[in-house]
Write a new protein. Structure first.
Length: 382
């Protein structure tokens, strides 16, 4: 990566005559020119290309800094080094010093991400865990500070040598920014630009303390736990339907018809599948604040009283040994009319003394969809 031109004096000693760095890498931030035991000839040529700076270092201490250009090394353009070494004007002897080249071009598309979930409190979901990832871009802005804080006595320094430290700072500030922003989890995806700008403003001073400029910072994704995403999907589904619980249970009933029709019992045996769908609707309705009980009721106590309002969910059904409900009067009427619940299905509500066929209740005697029973045979004459 470097190029050496050398000359020899009368004793055969080798001196460095040309100093330059031809960078053939894409992620090298610092390159130490290989001086080692060789000496730099006074008057040697130093070439610093665009997006580079060169730093003379004497015994581990940063000295003169050279911007892009071509230089003939003399005491006049190395005032700090000349002072450190105590050179007098007109000093012409070879000297020993270290030369570091810094890549000051933009280093784009560096990745950052949360190795572990970030905990935050959300107004809708309570305490949740978030994962996030994105990209950022940096450049070396203060070579002397970067040399003192990062490079030290090392030779090559690449982006991976500093990326770990920068990622740790990024994730820490990301946690603070998310917590203080109080942006609901459902709105995070629409606020990436705002969050990115906020986090960049927090990170910039800390990056600058290493001699690094944070040029760009982007959030590409903030992901929620799978169970929270599933709840959001269900909430969106119900929001489209309008009447959250009523429409959801109707949808479950409609989806159960093709399945029930394929069973040996046909639609008459659809009560189990439909009841299961209704039970799911009831359980999800509880999570959304609907006034529905999702679990099966206890066995009806004898002589129970205090019936709920007619519009309330009060009916329970038993199908194949399992109990489903409670359902409203309107829901059961729709199920019976559609042929999805057999009128002979055992039903119960808090005012009834025991389980009885649905068709035996006055509310449903006229709702049976099946054919009437055959008439009794005529009596024979005496």
């Amino acid at each position: 990566m470097g190029f050496l031109g050398d000359v020899k004096d009368e004793l055969g000693s080798q001196f460095i005559d040309i100093i330059q760095w031809l960078d053939d890498s894409r992620d090298t931030l610092v390159y130490r020119f290989p001086v080692r035991n060789q000496e730099i000839k006074m008057g040697a040529q130093l070439t610093v290309r665009e997006n580079q700076v060169a730093l003379m270092v004497n015994e581990g201490k940063a000295a003169d800094l050279f911007q892009p250009g071509r230089y003939r090394l003399e005491t006049q353009n190395m005032p700090i080094l000349a002072d450190l070494k105590g050179w007098k004007y007109g000093f012409r002897s070879p000297f020993r010093a270290e030369v570091y080249f810094f890549n000051t071009s933009l280093v784009p598309d560096l990745k950052w991400g949360t190795a572990n979930p970030v905990m935050m409190r959300d107004a809708d979901f309570g305490a949740i865990r978030l994962r996030a990832f994105g990209t950022y871009a940096i450049r070396v802005s203060d070579p002397k500070l970067f040399f003192r804080e990062i490079v030290g006595t090392r030779g090559l320094t690449g982006t991976e040598d500093v990326a770990g430290q920068l990622r740790s700072i990024t994730v820490s500030r990301l946690s603070d920014a998310l917590a203080e922003s109080k942006i609901p989890a459902l709105e995070l995806s629409s606020r990436y630009d705002e969050l990115s700008a906020s986090i960049k403003a927090r990170l910039a001073p800390e990056f600058a303390a290493f001699g690094i400029e944070l040029s760009k910072f982007f959030i590409e994704n903030v992901s929620l736990p799978e169970e929270v995403e599933a709840a959001i999907d269900q909430r969106s589904k119900l929001g489209v339907l309008g009447d959250r619980l009523g429409q959801y249970t109707q949808m479950q009933a409609a989806e159960s018809i093709p399945i029930a029709a394929a069973n040996p019992g046909g639609l008459a045996g659809a009560g189990a599948g439909l009841g299961a769908g209704m039970a799911v609707g009831g359980a999800f309705g509880q999570a959304l604040g609907a006034s529905v009980s999702g679990g099966p009721p206890p066995p009806p106590p004898p002589g129970s009283s205090g019936a709920p309002p007619l519009s309330g969910a009060r009916w329970s059904l038993t199908v194949s040994g399992s109990t489903y409900g409670p359902y409203t009067d309107d829901q059961l009427r729709q199920m019976v009319k559609a042929g999805q619940v057999d009128p002979a299905t055992l039903a119960w509500h808090p005012q009834s003394p025991a389980w009885a066929p649905l068709s035996s209740y006055p509310e449903f005697r006229g709702e049976a969809s099946g054919p009437p029973p055959p008439p009794p045979p005529p009596k024979s004459p005496a």
